[in-house]
Design a protein. Structure first.
Ligand code: CAO
Length: 424
């Protein structure tokens, strides 16, 4: 007959008030004897507390962050039969009649502040859902490694020492063997110098900040500049603008840029690619999806226009309006932002002469576009007023050489300068 048993913290030597850093089971779990129930960490060591029985977890009486000592109540479980009980240590098991007394004892254990610093707490919280030995957990904490990033190959997906070692090796390989060592930002009380206001970053800003930072420090960026003569393109655009507006969308220069980018990505396939995670291969994409940076009140988002090569100018214009509307109304779905090959960041509607866009990894290049301007261009022995569009192409120098980037942007400018070439 099944019986409810209470499991206590067993003899843990002379350690008292040790931290519960992990709970490996949940109510309802059917576990085997010796499966890890919880992990404790004292100043000297971390230890897994195994289950004395096989059975079903009925209640959990501690949580991560509690401090426990020998005899503190851990959980209750339903075990299969009395015979199991007999083999268990009497010290570690009490039956229902003793439970109340033990619960009181557990309650009287003063809950303690386990984690001293915010960053340590954040790391503990990050790794709380993972299944790993105390040693692995400790090393991860010391080196600020997020265990959620590692696939455990041990029993029940447990992260082994070897898993951790191969993860670290692959990170070193990706980083070219040298970690960045930078000093911390100073923690300054700005109110000492005048009135200040603290405004929390939006969710989008926090997310994009982390990605932009990673892309900036992990990709060797080079930015190649050029100017395209878009006089002819602008005449064409003006001629068809009213028609587009009647249909309810805008024919802006960006639509032409998308079309031209698709042609260039077809001609220069290395730009339509991603580096494999281990940095050993280039994955060439046979589709052409282009991300477009959209400025929203909450921050920058990059929806992706799919199969740009298969769409006409009007179709692209319509899609751009829809995507930027969705972006500004916070209605973009994850699919709308997935699968890009290349990106365009257009600040042309605002101003500026050039900028150095950050690559939207895993893309290997991004085109920045600034505001077009009428300029005197020397042509056939005289100066002519031409509308010039500034282009800034940032590329990943691990994948793309300077010469290839110069060829790409020259071809880009040529197509923009003679848009009839788009028909070829
Ligand atoms: N030169 C001159 N004028 C330009 C231009 C350029 N390169 N690009 C656009 N314009 C004009 C447009 O033609 C339009 O004028 P008209 O209404 O007279 O035709 C006006 O500027 C506004 O265009 P728009 O911004 O509404 O449309 P768009 O297609 O150019 O851009 C979108 C759409 C969603 C990309 C844009 O609104 C946007 O959010 N841009 C900001 C992107 C950004 O923040 N990038 C930075 C990322 S890095 O931090």
């Amino acid at each position: 007959m099944a019986v409810i048993k209470t499991v206590l913290v067993p003899n843990i030597g002379d350690a008292h008030d040790v931290d519960v850093i992990e709970i490996s089971v949940s109510v309802g779990d059917n576990i085997e004897a010796d499966d890890t129930l919880i992990t404790l960490e004292s100043e000297k060591a971390s230890m897994d507390i195994p289950s004395p029985y096989s059975g079903i977890i009925k209640s959990l009486d501690i949580k991560v962050g509690d401090k426990v000592s020998q005899g503190s109540q851990v959980l209750t479980m339903e075990v299969a039969g009395e015979s199991d009980l007999e083999s268990a240590s009497k010290e570690e098991v009490i039956d229902e009649s003793q439970k109340e007394e033990q619960v009181k004892k557990a309650e009287s254990t003063e809950p303690a502040k386990v984690i001293e610093s915010d960053s340590e707490k954040a790391q503990l919280d990050t790794n709380a859902d993972t299944y790993a030995s105390p040693v692995v957990r400790r090393v991860a904490r010391e080196f600020d490694i997020d265990l959620n990033q590692i696939n455990g190959t041990g029993r029940k997906g447990r992260i082994t020492k070897e898993d951790l070692q191969s993860y670290v090796k692959s990170r070193i390989a990706q980083g070219g063997g040298s970690g960045l060592s930078v000093i911390d930002m100073p923690d300054i009380d700005f109110s000492k110098f005048g009135e200040v206001e603290t405004k929390p970053l939006s969710r989008i800003k926090k997310y994009s900040a982390a990605n932009l930072h990673r892309n900036w420090v992990s990709i060797p960026h080079v930015t190649q500049f050029d100017e395209a003569d878009i006089t002819e393109m602008e005449n064409f655009r003006q001629a068809h603008k009213a028609h587009a507006e009647k249909e309810g969308f805008k024919l802006t220069p960006l639509v032409f840029l998308l079309k031209v980018a698709a042609k260039c990505l077809q001609k220069f396939p290395d730009f339509n690619a991603s580096l494999s995670k281990d940095g050993q291969n280039l994955i060439l994409k046979k589709y052409i999806n282009i991300g477009v940076a959209v400025d929203t009140p909450d921050g920058l988002v990059v929806p992706v226009v799919k199969n740009v090569d298969q769409k006409g100018l009007f179709e692209l214009a319509k899609e751009l309006v829809e995507l930027s509307k969705k972006a500004r109304e916070k209605k973009l779905m994850p699919d709308d932002m997935a699968g890009s090959c290349f990106a365009i960041s257009s600040l042309g509607g605002i101003g500026g002469t050039a900028f150095t866009p950050i690559i939207n990894a895993p893309d290997v290049a991004i085109l920045g576009v600034s505001k077009s301007q009428m300029k005197p261009i020397y042509k056939d022995g005289e100066f002519e007023a031409r509308l010039m569009l500034p282009l800034s192409l940032s590329y990943d120098h691990r994948v793309i050489d300077g010469a290839a980037a110069a060829r790409f942007i020259t071809h880009f400018s040529k197509l923009l300068g003679e848009i009839s070439l788009l028909l070829l």
